[in-house]
Design a protein around this ligand. Structure first.
Ligand SMILES: [Zn+2]
Length: 78
């Protein structure tokens, strides 16, 4: 590995320990539910899902589960 590459790896490790540097603005995922696949979106602090339940309360099992999954991922790496 070149010294340039080593420097990049070291910087990445430093950045990885400073998650406050990152502000996720948009995010999209497919979610395989029991009754089909749903499109879950996060945009500017707002979640949405194209399932039938979401429009009634602006929340559904898919957005809640995805928030929990992301919390687990971030707590492992953060
Ligand atoms: Zn949903």
């Amino acid at each position: 590995m070149t010294s340039y590459a080593i420097g990049r790896v070291q910087k990445a490790l430093q950045y990885s320990s400073e998650p406050s540097r990152v502000n996720i603005k948009t995010f999209s995922a497919t979610f395989q539910g029991n009754h089909g696949t749903h499109e879950v979106m996060y945009n500017q602090d707002h979640w949405s899902c194209n399932c039938q339940s979401y429009p009634y309360q602006n929340i559904c099992s898919h957005t809640m589960a995805l928030q929990n999954i992301l919390d687990q991922i971030l707590s492992v790496t953060g």
